[in-house]
Design a protein around this ligand. Structure first.
Ligand SMILES: [Zn+2]
Length: 271
């Protein structure tokens, strides 16, 4: 599943090729994504210019005049740019043709993604309105985290993955950030002290920054590449390493399920 670093890498990979270009045509081959692609989307965007491409949580926001094309990659979606478009393949559901012939193509085998038109401010859209701060925003700091967790008896890992508290920290990065901060995933959120939350905020940013930097080496995969853009892997400390020795202390990494998601931790390094 594309996580925040993959979505940010997609944004960086395609932005130079689409921002400032006018949309010539839209072709929707299959509108049955998580929500249907609006039937009038072509009328809304054809002839207009893509003024900017930003990201909010795992949504890509193409600013087009006063409106916004909101794209989510779902479980298996990808967006790529072609200067010489190859023939359409299975699961290529939407093509956006730009004025210079460049093609922006949406591919999604499982069709859990979304492509929606937002006429007003995207921040007020129901999908975005209740989202918490971005992990790199100043609003996500130890004070915010501390206040938001004082009444939470649920595990700190679940708080970290709650989009109302902070967006874009998926399962892999929650596991890794908690290891790096020395906090056990199952610890009740309200029992984690403010200094330890401050450390966790720093580690969330560090692990996401490293993943985005790693994605930088794959940017060319978003333009005229054959095959799908890959999901990049860090050398994880704990994620997927049950029974293997901790990279810091050698203790066997443990696994347990928390809220139906796999959690990995080192019983010696994390308290
Ligand atoms: Zn350890």
């Amino acid at each position: 599943m594309p996580e925040l670093p993959e979505v940010e890498t997609t944004r960086r990979g395609i932005a130079p090729h689409v921002v400032g270009r006018r949309i010539a045509q839209l072709h929707v081959y299959d509108s049955r994504l998580r929500w249907p692609v609006p039937p009038d989307l072509g009328t809304m965007i054809a002839g207009r210019t893509i003024d900017g491409l930003t990201r909010r949580s795992k949504y890509l926001l193409f600013r087009i005049g006063a409106g916004t094309l909101l794209v989510h990659l779902g479980m298996t979606g990808s967006l790529r740019v072609f200067q010489r478009p190859p023939a359409r393949r299975t699961h290529d559901h939407v093509d956006i043709v730009l004025d210079n012939g460049t093609l922006l193509r949406y591919h999604d085998p499982r069709r859990f993604g979304a492509m929606l038109w937002v006429a007003g401010s995207p921040a007020d859209h129901p999908l975005l309105a209740s989202l918490g701060p971005e992990p790199f925003d100043a609003a996500f700091d130890a004070d915010h985290f501390w206040r938001a967790t004082r009444a939470r008896t649920a595990a700190i890992k679940l708080a970290l993955m709650d989009n109302g508290l902070v967006v874009g920290v998926g399962n892999i990065y929650a596991n890794e950030a908690l290891f790096r901060a020395g906090i056990r995933p199952a610890t009740a959120a309200r029992r984690v002290s403010r200094p330890r939350l401050a450390r966790l905020v720093d580690e969330v940013r560090a692990v996401l920054t490293e993943a985005i930097a790693k994605g930088g080496s794959t940017l060319r995969d978003y333009v005229d590449a054959s095959g799908e853009p890959g999901y990049f892997q860090l050398d994880y400390y704990v994620y997927g390493r049950e029974g293997e020795p901790c990279r810091v202390c050698g203790t066997a990494i443990r696994h347990r399920r928390l809220g139906a998601r796999a959690s990995f931790y080192c019983p010696a390094c994390q308290r």
